[in-house]
Design a protein. Structure first.
Length: 74
């Protein structure tokens, strides 16, 4: 079964590095990325993910309160 993971971070190198590590260790993984909080929420409304990997200090984010908010989008 393919697992869907979303990586949300405003730094390209973090998104790329995390993607490469996950893809090299897991065969059945589909990675999506978001570089802003707005892009993340749009993607979460559009589709379901098995695992979010979040930078809670992204521009536009609401820090720790964003976790509760994002849970409500699922």
């Amino acid at each position: 079964m393919t697992r869907k993971i979303i990586i949300a971070d405003d730094h390209f190198v973090v998104r790329l590095g995390t993607t490469l590590i996950l893809e090299s260790h897991y065969k059945d993984v589909q990675i999506s990325c978001a570089e802003s909080y707005t892009e993340l929420t749009n993607k979460l409304y559009a589709e379901e993910f098995d695992l979010p990997i979040l930078n809670i200090n992204m521009p536009e984010s609401k820090y720790l309160s964003m976790i509760a908010e994002l849970k409500n989008t699922a």
